[in-house]
Design a protein around this ligand. Structure first.
Ligand code: SDX
Length: 430
């Protein structure tokens, strides 16, 4: 809804631009007609001041450290609900009734198997391939296995593709893990809940019965809730842009996985643990703090800072609590990495550099310690992030596809290259 207009004066031109208010959060100036009226573009390469779309799914207040999924605070969803309830909420906008939840769980459970030929697809990878490379490839390959759910104009096919993505990500993630450690794949079991099923597919072996630890399963389920969606972050924006061309949902999610892999984004949980291992002991922290503050040193404190949160990432608080819960359940009394993390956080939060730049621990700071304690190797951390974020990517993709005003995304640029010039024959070049 347009609230009012604002006036922009550029040289001798004065243009009226509509201002739109959201439900909560910053209003927007609609510049859609700016180029037509002024012949000028706006310039915002990191999109720090740009709203690329309208969405009803997730709201973040970076100053207050607030995260809402469809209006519900992340703290309450993580405390009281389970991951599939959050999936339903993100996809359909409301908390499910008991009947709706049972039906949703049933449908997801019965899409968890992957086409048997995908096992052969996996055999083509080297055993030491990074699991994220395997995930990008295998999710992209789903459009080669599930042709009957790639027509995005068909609401039924969109629903089937969404359920398949949410349901099969744990199976593919577990297969990527098993393949990397040379163990046989484990099929999903329909009598297990979503996250218990995933843990069993990762850690069960044919030689003995695997008993799911309910405390660990609940903790990982909560970790999935924390990672489910996060407004227009880099990977979600990638999925939206890929989807805006009409690409099939599997290809769009594969693009999102590729973007998430970067260490500045979802790859930070793997990088944060590697950083803690490199620091090794609390006495080495000052040296790394100095490196992080050194403008000439590319080193950054991985797991710190955020484009939006200029206060504590609300997910990091829950992550830290879950970390202690998991270490306690596993009887890990003094984890040196946790000692380094806690001391690093204490020092950083009192250091003027971090205070002035509002750099706080983000979701990736404590997740690595937790996942390592659960038995996941470091190169699986971002795979777990992608598993959980799949519902957010699918939900945002669905919202965009179902928006009647949706058009292909096509940003412009400011050109600073060579002006027009004529070709020079080879003989004339010096
Ligand atoms: C995720 O967008 C999302 O919502 C992402 C995410 C999600 O759920 O989808 O929340 C998940 O990606 C979390 C972020 C994980 N990344 C990391 O932990 C990597 C370390 N953090 C940084 O790379 C950085 O903080 C970013 C990428 C997260 C944010 O980068 P910005 O917003 O572009 O900030 P910036 O790089 O411009 O930094 C601002 C200043 C700079 O100093 P000046 O040039 O102003 O002097 O802060 C400094 C930076 O040098 N700075 C850091 C720092 N992060 C920023 N200095 C040391 N250590 C850091 N971690």
């Amino acid at each position: 809804m347009t609230a009012h207009t604002t006036t922009l004066k550029i040289d001798d031109k004065v243009v009226d631009l509509p201002v739109r208010e959201g439900t909560i959060g910053p209003a927007v100036v609609d510049i859609g007609k700016l180029y037509a009226q002024t012949g000028m573009f706006t310039y915002d390469p990191g999109f720090t001041s740009t709203a690329a779309c309208e969405s009803k799914i997730t709201y973040i207040d970076g100053d207050e450290g607030v995260l809402l999924y469809r209006g519900y605070p992340i703290e309450q969803l993580a405390e009281h609900g389970d991951f599939l309830e959050t999936c339903y909420l993100l996809l359909y906008g409301e908390l499910p009734t008991p009947t709706q939840k049972a039906d949703f769980d049933y449908r997801v459970t019965r899409h968890t198997m992957v086409h048997e030929q995908m096992m052969r697809f996996f055999q083509g990878f080297r055993r030491d391939a990074h699991p994220m490379a395997v995930m990008v490839a295998s999710v992209g390959a789903m459009s080669a296995f599930y042709h009957d759910s790639t027509d995005i104009s068909d609401p039924y096919q969109r629903m089937v593709a969404s359920m398949r993505m949410i349901a099969k990500m744990p199976t593919l993630a577990a297969m990527a893990f098993k393949y990397s450690i040379g163990q046989p794949f484990v099929y999903p079991k329909n009598d297990l809940d979503y996250t218990s099923n995933f843990l069993r597919m990762c850690f069960a072996v044919p030689c003995e019965e695997y008993k799911v630890n309910p405390v660990l399963s609940r903790a990982l389920d909560r970790i999935f809730i924390l990672h489910a969606d996060h407004e227009q972050n880099a990977s979600t924006s990638t999925v939206r842009l890929a989807g805006s061309s009409g690409a099939n949902p599997f290809a769009c999610i594969a693009a999102g996985i590729a973007c998430l892999w970067g260490p500045a984004h979802g790859g930070a949980n793997e990088a944060a643990l590697q950083m803690l291992q490199e620091i090794g002991h609390v006495e080495n922290i000052p040296k790394y703090i100095a490196k992080a503050k050194d403008k000439n040193d590319p080193f950054r404190l991985m797991g710190f800072g955020h484009r939006v949160y200029k206060n504590y990432d609300p997910r990091a608080k829950i992550m830290q609590k879950t970390c202690h819960e998991v270490l306690g359940e596993l009887g890990i009394k003094d984890d040196p990495l946790l000692d380094v993390a806690v001391e690093l956080e204490r020092i950083a939060l009192s250091d003027p550099y971090f205070v002035e730049k509002k750099l706080y621990p983000n979701i990736d700071f404590y997740s690595g310690i937790t996942l390592k304690a659960m038995g996941f190797p470091t190169d699986m951390f971002t795979v777990l992030f992608a598993l959980a974020r799949t519902v957010g990517w699918i939900g945002q993709w669905k919202e965009m596809i179902e928006d009647p005003s949706q058009r292909i995304g096509r940003p412009r640029q400011i050109y600073t290259g060579a002006p027009r010039r004529d070709y020079v024959a080879m003989a004339q070049r010096r």
